[in-house]
Design a protein around this ligand. Structure first.
Ligand SMILES: Cc1ncc(COP(=O)(O)O)c(C=O)c1O
Length: 474
C-alpha cells in the first residue's frame, strides 16, 4: 500500500512492528457498526451541503441527532449548538459520549486552525484525535509503538531534563528510555551530535524507534530554532525514527528572536523527500499558553504519514476509553475558533490574550534576572513555556550532608528551602540532569512584581543564599 507514492512498509510503525497487544484489543461497542454509522452520517452531510449552508447544517444536523437513541446512547446527544452565523457560543452539552476520535466538527475546526498556523499546509480532520489533555494522546502513541523483547524491545529517545510523563509512561509500558541530554551551556539547545551519541549507545541493547521532542521545553524553557528542527527531522528520517513533537507550549514564546516553528510545517517545507516519509505525531492542549484551562482535560494529536492499518488500530484503541471529556473537546473548539474581527467579543479577546502573554513574558524575564542575582544559582534565559531549570552549585559539605541524610543533594536543598522559607521548588533530579549537576524547576508564572521583594529577600537574606552560606560554613 502507498501514500503519495511512498511504501508503507518503509514506515517505522506498521502492523508488523506495532504493539501486538493493541492488535488483540477488541471493543464491540465501538466496532464496525458504529464506524459505518459515522461514515453514513458524513455521506448524508455531504449530500446536504449541496442543498444548504454548510455551517448551519453542522448545527442543525447535529441537533437532529440529539433526539436519536443511537448505539446505546453512545453517540452525540445534544452535542453542539454553536451557531457560527451568530456570534454567540451556545454549547448544548448533555453529558453524553461523543465519537471516540473526537467530535467531527471540532476536528474540522482544529484542522482549519492548524492549516492557518502552518501557512496553508493541508490538514486532514481524519488525522486529528482529540484526547484527555495532551498526556493521554502521548501515552496512546507510545503504547502503539512499544513491542519486542530483549534487543528488539522498543527504545524511545527523550530529552534530559524531561517532562516526567515520558519516563513514567515508558516505565509503565516497559519500553527502553533512551536519554539524550540538552545542552545547558547553550540555553538548553538540542545538539544532533548528542542525539547520535545516545542512539548509537542504545542500539547495543534495544531497538530505537521513536524520538520525543518538547518544544518549547518543559522544564528548560528553550525554544528550538528552525534549523534545529530541520536537523532533527533529517536525523529521524536517516535513522528511521517515529517523531513525537510535544508542542503544548506553542503559544508561549517570549524571547526576542525566538519563534515557534511547528514540526509539521517544517517537515512539509523540507520537501517531498521528508514530507512523504517521516512519521509524525504532534500534540497540543488547552492546558497551557494563554488558556491555562488544564482541568478541562482538552487536547489533541495530529498524525502524519501514519500507516492506514495502524491508524485503524489507533482508532480502535482510543474507542476503548469511549471518548475524551466532551467539555474539554468543546473548550478546544473555542481555542481553535477564537473570536473574529467582526464579532463583538473580538476586542476583549485580543486585549486579554495580549495582556496575558505580555505578563507571562515579563515574568519570564524577571525570573531569569532575579534568579541570576542569587550567588550559586545560574539561570538560562526563559525563551518560552512557563518554567526555568536553574543550576545550583552546592558546596561539597552540603552534598555530604545530603548523602548522610540519604537524600539526593537537590532534594536536600529544596527541602531545606521549604523548611526555612516556605518556598516550594521541585528538585531537578525528578526531571533528570547530568551526573554531578543539581537543579530545581521554578514555575516562572509565580514570579510577579511584588515577589521581586520576596525573591530579593531570597537573594539577600533568605532561602537560596542563606541555605548555601550556612552549608558552606559547616
Ligand atoms: C511538556 C508537556 N507535555 C504535556 C503536558 C500535559 O498536558 P495536558 O494537561 O494537556 O495533559 C504537560 C503538562 O505540564 C507538559 O508540560
Amino acid at each position: 500500500m502507498t501514500e503519495n507514492g511512498c511504501e508503507y512498509r518503509d514506515r517505522v510503525l506498521t502492523m508488523d512492528t506495532m504493539n501486538p497487544n493493541v492488535k488483540r484489543v477488541e471493543y464491540a461497542v465501538r466496532g464496525p457498526i458504529v464506524q459505518r454509522a459515522v461514515q453514513i452520517e458524513r455521506e448524508l452531510k455531504m449530500f446536504m451541503v449541496g442543498l444548504r449552508d454548510c455551517d448551519r447544517i453542522d448545527c442543525e444536523f447535529m441537533d437532529g441527532l440529539c433526539g436519536c437513541d443511537w448505539t446505546d446512547c453512545e453517540f452525540m446527544d445534544g452535542l453542539l449548538g454553536r451557531d457560527r452565523s451568530g456570534n454567540e457560543l451556545r454549547y448544548g452539552l448533555h453529558g453524553a459520549y461523543s465519537t471516540s476520535q473526537g467530535i467531527e466538527m471540532i476536528r474540522q475546526d482544529i484542522a482549519r486552525y492548524i492549516e492557518q498556523r502552518d501557512g496553508g499546509i493541508t490538514c486532514d480532520p481524519d488525522n486529528i484525535y482529540l484526547s484527555t489533555g495532551a498526556s493521554d494522546a502521548i501515552v496512546t502513541m507510545l503504547k502503539l509503538l512499544v513491542s519486542g523483547e530483549g534487543m528488539s524491545r522498543t527504545g524511545v529517545m527523550i530529552s534530559i531534563p524531561q517532562y516526567p510523563l515520558y519516563s513514567a509512561a515508558l516505565a509503565d509500558l516497559g519500553a527502553v528510555q533512551i536519554s539524550y541530554y540538552l545542552d545547558e551551556d547553550n540555553c538548553w539547545s538540542l545538539d544532533i551530535c548528542e542525539l547520535r551519541r545516545a542512539l548509537q549507545e542504545a542500539k547495543k541493547h534495544c531497538s530505537p524507534r521513536a524520538l520525543c521532542i518538547i518544544n518549547p521545553g518543559n522544564p528548560t524553557g528553550q525554544v528550538q530554532s528552525r534549523q534545529c528542527i530541520e536537523d532533527v527531522i533529517r536525523f529521524a528520517a536517516a535513522e528511521k525514527l517515529f517523531l513525537m513533537a510535544d508542542e503544548v507550549y506553542q503559544d508561549n514564546v517570549y524571547a526576542d528572536g525566538c519563534k515557534f516553528h511547528s514540526f509539521k510545517r517544517v517537515l512539509f517545507e523540507m520537501g517531498l523527500e521528508y514530507s512523504e516519509k517521516v512519521e509524525l505525531a504532534s500534540f497540543h492542549s488547552t492546558s497551557k499558553c494563554y488558556m491555562g484551562e488544564c482541568g478541562f482535560r482538552g487536547g489533541y494529536m495530529e498524525v502524519v504519514n501514519l500507516d492506514p492499518e495502524v491508524k485503524v488500530q489507533l482508532t480502535k484503541l482510543v474507542s476503548v476509553r469511549l471518548c475524551p471529556p466532551v467539555p474539554g473537546q468543546a473548550l478546544l473548539d473555542v481555542v481553535v475558533n477564537p473570536p473574529q474581527p467582526d464579532e463583538p467579543s473580538y476586542d476583549t479577546f485580543i486585549k486579554e490574550r495580549t495582556d496575558t502573554l505580555a505578563t507571562l513574558a515579563e515574568k519570564a524575564s524577571m525570573t531569569q534576572e532575579i534568579l541570576n542575582q542569587v550567588p550559586g544559582i545560574k539561570c538560562n534565559p526563559v525563551q518560552g513555556a512557563m518554567y526555568t531549570f536553574p543550576r545550583i552549585h552546592l558546596p561539597p559539605k552540603a552534598i555530604l550532608e545530603a548523602k548522610e541524610k540519604g537524600q539526593v543533594p537537590d532534594m536536600f536543598y529544596c527541602m531545606k528551602l521549604l523548611e526555612e522559607t516556605g518556598i516550594c521548588l521541585v528538585p531537578g533530579s525528578g526531571f533528570g540532569q547530568r551526573d554531578g549537576t543539581y537543579h530545581f524547576r521554578y514555575f516562572s508564572l509565580f514570579t510577579n512584581k511584588n515577589d521581586e521583594i520576596s525573591l530579593g529577600y531570597v537573594c539577600d537574606k533568605g532561602s537560596g543564599v542563606l541555605v548555601q552560606k550556612e552549608l558552606m560554613g559547616n
